[in-house]
Design a protein. Structure first.
Length: 130
């Protein structure tokens, strides 16, 4: 397994930056090993909700989990506010880095993570190709 460190600067879109990185580097399968940083805007889709909810305030990234590739990403995030309250769910586009985003990826060799529409769930789900 290859390990890659990425540093995102203020103003970058967390999800789109990771997708762009995988596309530019031709990464076919990776997962989040670690992520710390902060956001000034986060868009989270909660369980079983059709749309994302926008939070425009300074939040610490407590956790980021998921799979990603140049073929798509599926990320879940947990963030905490200035009182330690934590919220989390599906990370959506539009989540903007505040001070930093320090991400470490593990790249999986000889596997491709693709995303295909699943009529049973209504979402693009992971398809592993080896």
């Amino acid at each position: 397994m290859e390990v890659i460190a990425i540093h995102l600067k203020p103003g970058k879109d967390l999800k789109q930056s990771l997708l762009r990185y995988c596309t530019n580097q031709k990464i076919d399968a990776a997962y989040i090993l670690s992520c710390v940083g902060s956001l000034c805007r986060v868009v989270i889709r909660f369980a079983n909700k059709p749309e994302g909810t926008v939070f425009e305030k300074k939040l610490e990234i407590v956790s980021l989990e998921g799979t990603l590739s140049r073929h798509g990403v599926h990320l879940h995030i947990a963030v905490s506010d200035d009182e330690g309250q934590v919220i989390g769910g599906h990370l959506m586009d539009g989540s903007q880095i505040y001070t930093t985003g320090e991400i470490v990826l593990g790249v999986v060799p000889n596997v491709i993570f693709k995303r295909e529409f699943d009529p049973n769930t209504g979402y693009r789900e992971l398809k592993i190709v080896d």
